[in-house]
Design a protein around this ligand. Structure first.
Ligand code: ZN
Length: 418
């Protein structure tokens, strides 16, 4: 990737075949996205000034503006920069050997008993130096950016002790300083229980030591808990969430993935920003979500990778729940950063329409991070984060899957060629 220019007063991008603005989706806060709400402008131009969008409209009207720099989009399709709202991108090591064992018929439980699973990534991440984690993370972020992703949420959770969780969050903070991307850190100390540790003692450590220290150092925006069978239960999650809120962290929850334990209902009651996974969500959980401002983040890559059922996206969307899609990029259950590929899975497996799918990685994903007033649509005053795809129409994105057609990414008005 090559940064085209760093400093400019006003940047005009012209000759855009379609600018998918999401103006109508934004007006309806991401619920029931329909084709007309994508508000697609044909033969469009966009003007950016000081990192913000200052004008979007038909290219033929652009002559009255004075611009310092001009980019010809050569008929590409322009989307708002994509948003990956759920990743576990900070880890060291690989679990391809476990994947090979699974392909030979071994169960996840057998692999975990032999030292595999989350705790094997914890071990390799604990052994990695901070600088190694930063280097690996930056490499991954650069790849995400090459796909047109301009915002990434990154969870800790492969440290599982105060010092190690701090190391993971510091790696995220360092990458945030050094990369041209919007990065949001989530503290996920409650990802699993560390080996040889009493469960209640670990929950007490999270609440009494980790959350206060992390907040003092301003290292996270969100707090997440893996609430499921064999992981954190309802009362432990409630305790962690209440503490996190007292320290000013916003909430996210891994809920209803394997078994519905009330995670969605609890998260909605506590006004969490998002609940994620939801493969086993109940009618009661859907009703709670519908009444709340919480966004449902579905992770179809995980279902594909583990051979599990897919989340009931249709039921959620038809009930009026706002749905986002993310990669869940992690070494154990979804080893992909390819958010555009998730749009294919959302269309074919979650039975979502193209407007629903595209809203799920832009405006709705922004809602899952509480940043929808800044990014997620091409509207005047929003941050100039843009992804340009060399495709004949916006509908082509999920259709021609597995290949990268992104040729130009603009973050805060700074263009980078892919
Ligand atoms: Zn996850």
């Amino acid at each position: 990737m090559r940064t085209l220019l760093k400093k400019h007063k006003t940047l005009l991008i012209t000759n855009i075949s379609q600018a998918v603005t999401f103006e109508g989706v934004s007006k309806k806060k991401g619920r029931f996205p329909k084709k007309e709400e994508l508000a697609v402008l044909s033969n469009a131009a966009i003007i950016c000034k000081n990192g913000k969008i200052v004008w979007v409209g038909p290219a033929k009207e652009v002559h009255s503006f004075r611009v310092s720099t001009k980019i010809d989009a050569n008929g590409m399709v322009c989307f708002p920069g994509f948003i990956d709202a759920h990743t576990h991108m900070v880890f060291s090591g690989s679990r391809h050997h476990e994947f090979a064992q699974r392909c030979e018929g071994k169960s996840y439980l057998e692999i975990a008993k032999a030292g595999g699973g989350i705790l094997s990534s914890v071990q390799t991440t604990q052994h990695a130096a901070l600088q190694d984690l930063v280097t690996q993370l930056k490499k991954r972020l650069l790849f995400s950016k090459s796909l047109g992703i301009t915002t990434v949420e990154i969870k800790s959770g492969y440290g599982l002790s105060l010092a190690q969780e701090l190391k993971c969050l510091k790696a995220i903070a360092r990458a945030k300083q050094e990369m041209g991307l919007n990065i949001f850190a989530t503290f996920l100390g409650a990802h699993a229980f560390p080996k040889g540790y009493a469960k209640e003692k670990y929950v007490a450590d999270i609440c009494q030591k980790m959350i206060p220290t992390i907040c003092k150092q301003n290292l996270a925006t969100f707090c997440d808990v893996f609430m499921d069978r064999g992981f954190f239960n309802l009362s432990q999650t409630k305790h962690i969430f209440r503490t996190a809120q007292q320290y000013g962290l916003r909430l996210k929850c891994h809920a209803d993935e394997f078994q519905p334990l009330g995670g969605t209902e609890l998260s909605c009651a506590l006004q969490a920003q998002s609940v994620d996974h939801l493969i086993s969500i109940t009618a009661h959980g859907i009703a709670a979500l519908k009444k709340s401002k919480t966004t449902a983040v579905l992770l179809p890559g995980t279902s594909l990778f583990l051979g599990k059922p897919f989340a009931p996206a249709r039921k959620l969307i038809d009930s009026g729940v706002r749905v986002a899609i993310a990669t869940d990029f992690n070494p154990g259950s979804s080893m992909t950063q390819n958010l555009p590929l998730m749009t294919l899975l959302a269309a074919t497996q979650l039975k979502m329409t193209i407007p629903e799918v595209l809203s799920a990685i832009t405006y709705n994903a922004a809602c899952a991070l509480g940043i929808e007033s800044e990014v997620g649509s091409l509207e005047i005053g929003k941050q100039a984060d843009l992804a340009f795809y060399e495709i004949p129409s916006y509908e082509y994105l999920p259709y021609h899957y597995g290949q990268n057609f992104c040729k130009l990414v603009i973050w805060k008005g700074i263009p980078t060629a892919v």
